[in-house]
Structure formats: structure tokens, C-alpha cells
Design a protein around this ligand. Structure first.
Ligand SMILES: Nc1nc2c(ncn2[C@@H]2O[C@H](COP(=O)(O)OP(=O)(O)OP(=O)(O)O)[C@@H](O)[C@H]2O)c(=O)[nH]1
Ligand SMILES: [Mg+2]
Ligand SMILES: [Zn+2]
Length: 328
């Protein structure tokens, strides 16, 4: 029986597993549904970042077995985002509701601390576990030295692995457990390959060409959420280029020990350059704090200042726009 309008309609709940422009795939009771956005949703949503992303739980109106219309995105636990590239660009939300972020980097000729730093900067204000996953262990004899270099800068957990070592796959499987994990990192580091190994089937497309010409081309083109047979959930992402970090609101967690040292400096505005009574410099001298770790902290501080300034400029620009409304 139909009563007034849609008042007694029951909305169903799905988790977004794939996004392709304005088309969404959701999972609802173990089945896939093709979802689009309700006109009403578009009408009331101003911020691009409020549109559904992979990992979101959405409420949708079912049209038939395989189709539905998204009415609402449920409140997110957290989001992984990348800063906009121009003054007007808002941050782009990559995925949501994440428990673990695996920042992947291969232990081969593409290993690059600067790139790692860019990817790490995406994780600083996400309330999730972070694991630095060093891949392609089988192609190097210098595993320890790679780990050491990373360890000098980051206090986060480090795992090393090869897709050809069963024990490594089992470790990763256990580390994920029943949680939701996202894999980020440059193209070609092996994100999709290791997800295939976790799935125990070649479901995701991986780069078949080993030759270096293939580099720079992305094999994975969409973010995709996949359930593992053993219970956990993983999100594969294309090897996006991360140029710079966005504003990190809460540095306290990411650089806890550096901040604690700086708090002890004699001068409150200590720049930790050559001031007397500088605890940071002392700690570096004593080998308690590595110079790389300190440099990384300074870099993030600098970026923060830059982004604060840019945000302010953006705000001013928007205000200006609003003060002089268009004619008509
Ligand atoms: N030797 C070795 N090769 C690996 C390993 N993991 C992945 N590869 C190879 O690295 C290449 C790239 O792997 P992909 O899984 O496509 O990399 P990806 O990170 O998903 O790349 P995008 O989808 O472009 O972001 C493939 O040729 C894989 O076979 C590993 O542990 N050892
Ligand atoms: Mg891939
Ligand atoms: Zn100091």
C-alpha cells in the first residue's frame, strides 16, 4: 500500500566499493548495486568532499535488485585526503572509514625518501594505524639498510615483504585481521599484486610489463574496496602523485617526541639552529634524535605555514566574491 509520498520508505544501507565519476557501486547484503546520486543530495551538497567515496556507508533508495539512488552519506569515522593543487581546489577525499594505512614503497631503484615523505604527510591527520610497507624484498640484498633509512625518519611500524614469500603474505594477512586497510604509494610498487596474493587469485590487474618504459603509467585506475576471504577489507588505489602535503592540524601525535624535546628548550621561540640551551640540538648530538627525523618535522612545519597562508588567501578570495555579487 502506498501512503503519502516517500515518508514511510525504508532506506537501505550500502558500503561504497567503487567510484567512477558519477557512478557508484555499493555492496548491499553481499550483492553489488549500481548507485547514482539523488537530485536532492546534489542540491544540498555544496562541498565536493561530502560526495560519496570508497569506504563510505550510504543510505540508498532501492529501485530494483541491482539499482539504487543514494540519499545520504553516513558520518565518516575518518578520511584520507589529498590537498588540492590550485588555490581554489579543495582537498580531494580518497577513501573513508579506514583502520590501517599501508604506505608502500619498493626496495628497488625507485626507492625515494622524498616520495615516502609526501605519502606519509597524507597520514598525519588521519586517526588510523600507519604501517610503512617496504615491498619487493626479493630484488634486494640491502633490506636492512632500507629499513634503517626509513627508521631514521619515521617512528611508524615498518614491514618488509615480497609477493613471492608465503610467510610475508601470511604476516600481512594477520596484520590486517578483520580491519579495513588502504594501500597507497607510487605506481608500480606492487599494491595490486599483494592484494591479489591476499585474495589468492589474480583478480586485480597488475602491471605485466617489467620494462622501465611502463613506469609512470598507472595500472590501477580506480579506488576499489575488496573483501578478503579471511575477513578483512582492503582498498586498492592508483599510484597517485602526491606533490605536497596538505595542512596537518594535529602534529602532536606524528612528532610527539620532537615536540616534547622542543618544549624543554631554554627559549620559547627557539628555532633549534644554534641557540644556547636548545634541547633539540642536544638530543641530535647525543644521538637520541636523528637529524633526518628532525628535518622531516621542520619540513611539515614549513608546509603547515604555507598551507595556512594559502587557506587564508582562499578565504579572502571567497569573501571578495561574496561582497560583489554578479549582476543580474
Ligand atoms: N620482484 C617483485 N616484483 C613485484 C613484487 N610485487 C609486485 N611486483 C611487480 O611489480 C609490478 C607492478 O605491480 P603492481 O601490483 O601492478 O603495482 P601497483 O602498485 O598496483 O601499481 P599501480 O596500479 O600503477 O599504482 C608488477 O610487474 C609486479 O609483478 C615483489 O614483491 N617482488
Ligand atoms: Mg595497482
Ligand atoms: Zn631548541
Amino acid at each position: 500500500m502506498k501512503t503519502s509520498k516517500q515518508s514511510n520508505e525504508i532506506l537501505k544501507q550500502a558500503i561504497i566499493s567503487l567510484v567512477h565519476r558519477t557512478q557508484y557501486v555499493g555492496e548491499y547484503e553481499g550483492n553489488s548495486v549500481d548507485l547514482t546520486i539523488a537530485g536532492r543530495f546534489e542540491y544540498i551538497t555544496v562541498d565536493k568532499s561530502d560526495y560519496p567515496v570508497v569506504g563510505d556507508v550510504v543510505l540508498f533508495r532501492q529501485i530494483d535488485e541491482t539499482k539504487g539512488i543514494i540519499e545520504r552519506v553516513k558520518k565518516r569515522k575518518n578520511v584520507l585526503r589529498r590537498s588540492g593543487v590550485s588555490l581554489t581546489n579543495e582537498a580531494q577525499v580518497l577513501a573513508s572509514n579506514i583502520d590501517i594505512i599501508f604506505v608502500c614503497m619498493a626496495m628497488d631503484e625507485d626507492f625515494n625518501m622524498k616520495k615516502l615523505s609526501n605519502f606519509m604527510s597524507l597520514t598525519y591527520d588521519v586517526d588510523a594505524e600507519v604501517v610503512i610497507l617496504l615491498t619487493k624484498k626479493d630484488v634486494t640484498t640491502k633490506e636492512d639498510s632500507f629499513v634503517q633509512r626509513v627508521n631514521n625518519v619515521y617512528k611508524e611500524e615498518i614491514m618488509t615483504m615480497s609477493i613471492y614469500h608465503e610467510a610475508d603474505i601470511e604476516n600481512l594477512e594477520q596484520r590486517i585481521g578483520q580491519k579495513t586497510a588502504v594501500f597507497i604509494g607510487s605506481s608500480g610498487v606492487g599494491k595490486s599484486s599483494l592484494i591479489n596474493r591476499l585474495l589468492k587469485e589474480d583478480r586485480l590487474k597488475v602491471n605485466e610489463v617489467r620494462d622501465s618504459d611502463a613506469q609512470g603509467r598507472h595500472t590501477t585506475t580506480h579506488r576499489e574496496l575488496i573483501h578478503l576471504p579471511q575477513g578483512g577489507t582492503v582498498i586498492d588505489t592508483p599510484g597517485i602523485r602526491v606533490v605536497e602535503s596538505h595542512f596537518v592540524e594535529d602534529l602532536d601525535d606524528a612528532f610527539e617526541e620532537v615536540i616534547a624535546l622542543a618544549d624543554e628548550c631554554k627559549f620559547r621561540d627557539c628555532k633549534h639552529e644554534n641557540e644556547p640551551g636548545c634541547h633539540v640540538l642536544e638530543a641530535i648530538e647525543d644521538g637520541i634524535l636523528t637529524i633526518e627525523r628532525f628535518a622531516s618535522y621542520q619540513k611539515v612545519l614549513k608546509l603547515n605555514r604555507y598551507h595556512k597562508k594559502r587557506d587564508l588567501e582562499r578565504k579572502r578570495m571567497m569573501e571578495k566574491k561574496n561582497t560583489y555579487p554578479e549582476k543580474g
